[in-house]
Design a protein around this ligand. Structure first.
Ligand code: ADP
Ligand code: MG
Length: 701
């Protein structure tokens, strides 16, 4: 059976001894022949072009040079120790340098031989050099079947150190494919392949490792990416179907007095159209008898809190309790303040549970939770401690869930007979098509409309040398009665340095804005929570006009009178962070401003970020640019979801193919909901294999 071939342990492959087999397992998770075959190159280089040494310019990216090795020797000592070789062609000389694997290269490179070297050049003084080049004897290079498209396999530091070079992998693949031949079983049905114009699995696997032409390579990439995305979509769609049809949730049918009275008499404002729509969507979920798992996306300030409150009231009207979890203590407190104020006329019982609630008060909360007299519990991580038991939790609302792990969220589920309905709220918007593809097992609601009367925040970019102008602008705004945030970056790796920047900044602000005319607050991560709260509170109560802070104020803080946001070293913040920070202002009736301060030296990417911020305040547009710049790695929850562990496709770059694959999966399941048709046997086999691990297959078959 060819399939078994692919399960052969990697140790049996010629060229893989026990120690290398170990490395492959540990570093790359490659256990079997099949795993190795599925270890794909992450790029290809065109090795048909050559450079001459005297043609090199500092900006040249990757170069390929044929030259004779004139000498080789060690230079420097200790940490600076390196192996340096001189390479010459008929136009000049250059250096090759190794910091790692020196012993290997010293022993294996031969002086006076002609090599093909390939790598990234840099210039030191008058001399060009390549650090850690690919080197290959010219005669070996010529002996290769095709140099048109050399695959480059992903590597790790350990692999490089242990000489498992790209050349080694190329050789290993050649060995592997000479043994397994066409061992791959087709995974896609014929009609689907025909419709999508896809080549077969076997051809694709060959071409991905040994491309015969760039067209053939493109076809192979398309085939393998489609396959990967198609099966992920199939899984998501099936999970969604299972959740809706098989996993029971509480039926919260009644819209009773609490909801109606509040809605009719206590709403502090008219809901926006988007808020109304979202409440309807949530309400519709709750009566189906299925389990709600809904993501609520809404830009900063779009009014998610009121939606959360109305959702809680629906649960309470049906005899259930509700909880709201927030990622930080400050945020939990703000929710507590906001929700209590909203619900004050209703007589409902709301409590706050955070790490700093004292034992005695905590015990009271625990009791009232268990006897059902408490209606809504608001808090931080403290909510999911084992001691916290609800009498009957009907709905759990999670704010800014990217700070909560998926596992932590699951803890809430254990407290009930049935899982509570879950509403996850986030102000980190991601493009809708992407969201649907990523979270196919979640339903999505969007608040895409800001409450009326908001003025667009004016955003500008200023350089450090414009600081005086910025200060006088701040003074003018303070004269008008406004308050100002000044935010400094705090990045883990350089915490001490950042801390120093913050303190230096604070001192210069205090000098520029002296007491008693001005009062300045400061909040940063190294302060005790109580001190932080005290300073925060002074700002909230308008006892201070300026708040100097690190990004601790990023999420949720609500001071409507603050109308100026100054972001220092703005080039060091990510786009979504900048957007979140800007969202701290523009909450009141006054015109608000955001000033992005940077030095003159900006990378192209930083420029794009700043330009985007100046151009738009639309969170979805910003998210789209962010996604393009950063890739999808940091999108909330995606790391944990496992969805993003893609071998070959890239959610961002292959966005169009993703949509195609999703539609194909939808059509497929429409035609064959139970995956039972004879012609779809291949898909059934792959799916049962994928889902066996998750125990979901029993629902389908
Ligand atoms: P976020 O979505 O960022 O959590 P909030 O729920 O904190 O937003 O709402 C931001 C501000 O807008 C609050 O002061 C809130 O009272 C106000 N707000 C929310 N919805 C409306 C509305 N429909 N009309 C007027 N103001 C609203
Ligand atoms: Mg909020």
């Amino acid at each position: 059976m060819p399939v078994n071939f692919l399960t052969t342990p990697i140790d049996y492959l010629s060229g893989v001894g026990p120690s290398r087999a170990d490395l492959l397992r540990k570093e790359l998770g490659i256990q079997t022949y099949g795993d190795l075959a599925n270890f794909f190159p992450n790029r290809y280089v065109d090795r048909t072009q050559f450079h001459k040494i005297n043609q090199l310019v500092p900006e040249t990216a990757q170069v390929q040079i044929v030259g004779k090795l004139l000498s080789i020797g060690t230079a420097g000592a200790g940490k600076a120790s390196r192996l340096v070789a001189t390479l010459a062609d008929d136009t000049g000389r250059m250096e090759l340098v190794w910091f790692k694997g020196q012993k290997y290269f010293r022993e294996n490179l031969k002086v006076n031989e002609v090599y093909v070297v390939y790598g990234k050049v840099s210039k030191y003084g008058a001399m060009y050099s390549i650090a850690h080049p690919d080197v290959e004897l010219l005669k070996d290079f010529r002996g290769r079947p095709s140099n048109a498209m050399t695959p480059i396999y992903p590597s790790t530091e350990t692999l490089t150190k242990r000489q498992l070079t790209n050349k080694y992998f190329v050789r290993l693949m050649r060995q592997l494919f000479s043994e397994i031949k066409s061992a791959f079983v087709e995974t896609l049905p014929e009609d689907l392949m025909r419709d999508q114009q896809l080549i077969t699995k076997n051809v694709a696997m060959q071409e991905i490792h040994f491309p015969t032409s760039s067209t053939a390579l493109q076809a192979a990439l398309k085939r393998l990416k489609f396959e990967e995305l198609f099966f992920i979509q199939m899984e998501l769609l099936l999970q969604n179907r299972i959740r809706k049809t098989q996993i029971k949730g509480y039926v919260l049918e009644t819209v009773g007095d609490h909801f109606n009275n509040f809605y009719n008499f206590n709403l502090p404002f008219e809901l926006t159209g988007a808020q109304k729509r979202v409440v309807k969507e949530i309400r519709a979920d709750m009566v189906t008898g299925a389990h709600m798992n809904r993501l609520l996306q809404g830009d900063v300030g779009s009014g998610k809190t009121i939606v959360a409150v109305l959702t809680c009231l629906l649960a309470i009207d049906n005899g259930f309790q509700a909880c709201i979890m927030a990622p930080t203590e400050i945020l939990a407190q703000q929710h507590m303040a906001g929700v209590s104020e909203l619900l004050a006329p209703t007589g409902l019982k709301v409590a706050l549970l955070t790490g700093s609630v004292k034992t005695k008060a905590r015990r009271v909360i625990h009791e009232s939770l268990e006897d059902g007299s408490l209606d809504i519990l608001i808090g931080t991580h403290a909510l999911i401690e084992d001691k916290v038991k609800f009498l009957n939790l009907g709905v759990a609302i999670v704010d800014e869930q990217h700070r909560f792990g998926v596992a932590q969220r699951a803890k809430l589920w254990k407290k009930n007979k049935l899982p509570p309905h879950v509403l996850v709220m986030t102000a980190t918007p991601i493009p809708r098509t992407l969201a649907m593809s990523l979270y196919g097992d979640l339903d999505i609601s969007v608040i895409d409309e800001l409450p009326p009367g908001r003025k667009e925040i004016k955003t500008v970019h200023r350089y450090d040398k414009n600081r005086l102008g910025v200060f006088s602008f701040i003074k003018d705004e303070i004269k008008k009665g406004r308050q100002v945030y000044i935010v400094y970056p705090l990045i883990q790796e350089s915490e001490t340095l950042d801390y120093k920047d913050l303190m230096d900044g604070y001192e210069s602000i205090v000098r520029e804005f002296p007491m008693p005319e001005y009062q300045v607050s400061i909040v940063h991560g190294q302060m005790k929570p109580a001190d932080k709260d005290y300073e925060m509170q002074r700002f909230v109560e308008h006892k201070t006009q300026i708040m100097v802070a690190t990004t601790v104020i990023e999420v949720g803080v609500n001071v409507p009178n603050a109308s100026v946001m100054i972001i220092e070293s703005a080039e060091r913040f990510g786009l979504s962070q900048l957007h979140q920070l800007r969202g701290r202002v523009g909450r009141g009736a006054d015109q608000s401003f955001c000033i992005l301060m940077t030095s003159h030296k900006l990378s192209a990417e930083a420029k794009t970020r700043l330009e985007t911020m100046v151009e738009t305040t639309d969170g979805f547009k910003i998210a789209e640019v962010d996604l393009k710049l950063r890739g999808p790695g940091d999108i909330m929850g995606t790391r944990q979801s496992g969805v993003m562990e893609l071998r070959i496709a890239d959610i961002v770059r292959d966005n169009e193919l993703l949509a195609v694959a999703r539609n194909a999966a939808i059509n497929f399941l429409q035609e064959d909901p139970s995956i039972g048709l004879e012609k779809n046997a291949t898909v059934r086999r792959v799916m049962s294999h994928l889902q066996a691990k998750k125990g979901l297959w029993k629902y389908i078959s």
